[in-house]
Design a protein around this ligand. Sequence first.
Ligand code: GLY
Ligand code: MN
Ligand code: MN
Length: 448
Amino acid sequence: MPSVSTSCNLPRIERSEYAQRRKQFRSHLGSAAALFRSAPLLVRSNDAEYRYRQDSDFYYLTGFVEPDAVCLLLPEKYVLFVRPRNKERELWEGSRCGPEAAKELFGADEAYSIDEIDELLPMYLEHVDLLYYSLGRDEEFDRRVFRWLRHFRTVRQRSGRGPYGVLDPSEVLHEMRLYKSSEEVKLIRQAAKISAAAHLEAMAACRPGMYEFEIEAILEHRFRREGANAPAYTPIVGSGPNATILHYTANRRRMMDGDLLLVDAGAEYEYYCADITRTYPVNSRFTQPQRELYELVLRAQKAAIETVRPGVRFDEVHKCAVQVLLEGLLSLGFVKADLEAALENGLYRRYYMHRTSHWLGIDVHDVGKYMLDGVSRTLEPGMVLTVEPGLYIPNEEDVPERYRGLGIRIEDDVLVTSAGREVLTEGLPKEIEELEAMVGRYETLSIV
Ligand code: GLY
Ligand code: MN
Ligand code: MN
């Protein structure tokens, strides 16, 4: 039992895994130091703030979720600066961990009040030549880092000691974050499971006459009820013409009989995200044109998922989706050219203008490079990516009339495994018959 009295929020992943991450990161540091800053508190309006969410890199290395904290990694030491305990402030804002518990519960070798950082940090930095710090993310803190560096410009002249260069830690850290450990995969799997359950409930509740925000409310209610912290991003609930707006988040329209509804929503569970899209008819019956386009997107999505396995290049997944979509667009009369020329000239882009995949993890659009030395990188076990082709048909005169204004996307989350892949969002229906059976069938359903 800890000897200090505190109600610190402890991360779900074991403390030893964070220590392992810091060790791995440090092995790239040489004799440099690395400095990480917690996310700033963000004002929503006047004196009302958004709910706090820790910076992803900071969280990955520390598991510490309070604001106003700094992590300093030295070749031999892990130092945390945190908010000091304060009875009065804790009464208003909730409990603080404090330096003592930061050592005891988060494994810091040394921990101090953040109020002491100006005095203590130069003392630590004196012994290193280079500082890893991610400039440009927090201007206020950047200014403090510049002040410390300015100080060392003078010091170095006299003693030859102190940092003279700043390097970006993302280069190393974001590559580490790309490969998920089994503990991380468990959390993503849980986020996926919660998200799938919420989508299923939204489908079952959906009927003409409801507003898009009612679907959003069902999703968010289920996320929270299942223990998710929040949506991983603002849910997109786009019905009818709104389904063709890629980043539609107003979610204000009344859904009409005959509309398709595109729902893109994922939960964040213990700092790990899911990202799922399903598209279905509000009245539970696909019209013929809706069915034709849906079948095409589904075919593209399944084929793209099938390509995911170790050794395949990241952009092969996209190429596969594009190939299937384009063949369909040709046969449905959208594109009038031969396949080769249409591919070369990107004629599909009018209807499919985004990429098929992105990494998924602590951030919904997670970190990690897509290209190495200008070449698409190969997939490896432990990487998690989305597969999310779509078609967005503009309401314009020169496109086949029966498809005008339709928007469809199907998105699943896929883990690369040594055997191939695991679709983490597998349980959620996407076949036409399954969707038709589920939409509007309200009851409290659970696929958990
Ligand atoms: N929900 C954002 C995306 O699908 O990338
Ligand atoms: Mn996505
Ligand atoms: Mn999405």
